[in-house]
Design a protein. Structure first.
Length: 327
């Protein structure tokens, strides 16, 4: 038996483990042409051939950089060279208030989700690595986003599958070199205007130096541990929400009040989202929680979109507030 180079073997093992955990007749590989997604695609092609899994590739052209069409076509050609059935999806990035990076991400994920649906709900393989996970945890920590954010990216969050969360970025680069693949270097990945780029090139190297190494791995382990906790709390919250919700969209405050704060706030967050309330922050969520846990007849908390939550005879409902009403 031929021994595979170390990096190639590591990436293949990670992909095989992921596909064993989420068996499917077909998968979609998201590929930008960068080292992470190219190494992922090469491993998926190999594992797919061995397991009878059809591997499809999608390259998303955001049209945000000069020559993006040529870059996307080069990535598609690389996938075809690996034996992957691949195509390019051209998307329109409609920038909102959260900036071009977030807008491009929304457009990209919408295209990938559509491709998954067209393939019968096939899992979408994403090339996020251990380094990406560490950066995500640091971003969540800096924003004070709580345990849900610190849990980072999930290895499986249908239809998204991230086989490489335990693989370092250096390994994917080495795997490309071993296979003779030439990854595309996205200039945005070196642009210090992006917070994640500064984390990657300035903050994490400093932390590695100050703490004598192992920081990225430690952050990824923290995410794994918190992901288990987060999943358990979400499951409990789902049960509580089912018991507390009435047939008219209201919520029985007494049922929710008997549970710890971590469960209550998850229940309320999910209930508010189901009621069409989006973009609320932690302070607003805590104000709604006070209607449940510290009820003293206080007024209704205001929420985005001109909405508010009221408590009447022990029942919470969402309504349009005075500022959001029209004559």
């Amino acid at each position: 038996m031929t021994n595979r180079p170390a990096a190639t073997a590591e990436v293949r093992r990670a992909v095989r483990a992921a596909l064993d955990a989420v068996p499917a007749p077909a998968v979609v590989v998201a590929c930008s042409g960068g080292a992470d997604s190219l190494a992922l695609a090469a491993a998926a092609a190999h594992v797919g051939a061995a397991t009878g899994t059809a591997v499809h590739g999608l390259v998303v052209d955001h049209g945000l950089q000069p020559g993006s069409a040529a870059i996307a076509e080069a990535a598609r050609a690389a996938l075809v060279g690996l034996g992957v059935d691949a195509r390019v999806a051209v998307v329109t990035v409609a920038e909102a208030g959260d900036g071009p990076e977030a807008a491009a991400r929304r457009a990209r994920y919408a295209a990938l989700r559509a491709e998954s649906q067209a393939r019968g709900g096939a899992p979408v393989l994403l090339g996020h690595t251990l380094d990406d996970q560490a950066e995500t945890v640091l971003l969540g920590l800096g924003r004070g986003s709580g345990a849900r954010s610190l849990a980072g990216m999930r290895a499986w969050d249908a239809p998204w599958c991230r086989p490489l969360l335990g693989v370092r970025r250096a390994v994917t680069r080495a795997a490309c070199a071993e296979a003779g693949l030439e990854p595309w270097e996205d200039p945005h990945n070196a642009d210090p205007r992006y917070t994640r780029v500064r984390l990657r090139h300035e903050v994490l190297p400093l932390l590695e130096d100050v703490l004598s190494g192992g920081v990225a791995e430690a952050l990824a382990r923290t995410a794994d541990q918190l992901a288990d906790d987060d999943a358990a709390l979400d499951a409990t919250a789902s049960d509580v929400l089912g018991a507390a919700r009435d047939g008219e969209g209201g919520l029985d405050a007494a049922v929710v009040a008997t549970h710890p704060a971590a469960v209550r706030r998850r229940v309320l967050r999910a209930w508010l989202a189901d009621a069409g309330v989006h973009g609320f922050g932690d302070a607003q969520l805590r104000d709604v929680d006070a209607l449940v846990a510290r009820w003293r007849g206080q007024g209704p908390p205001s929420l985005p979109g001109g909405l508010e939550v009221i408590r009447v005879r022990g029942r919470l409902t969402v309504r349009r507030g005075a500022r959001g009403r029209t004559e």
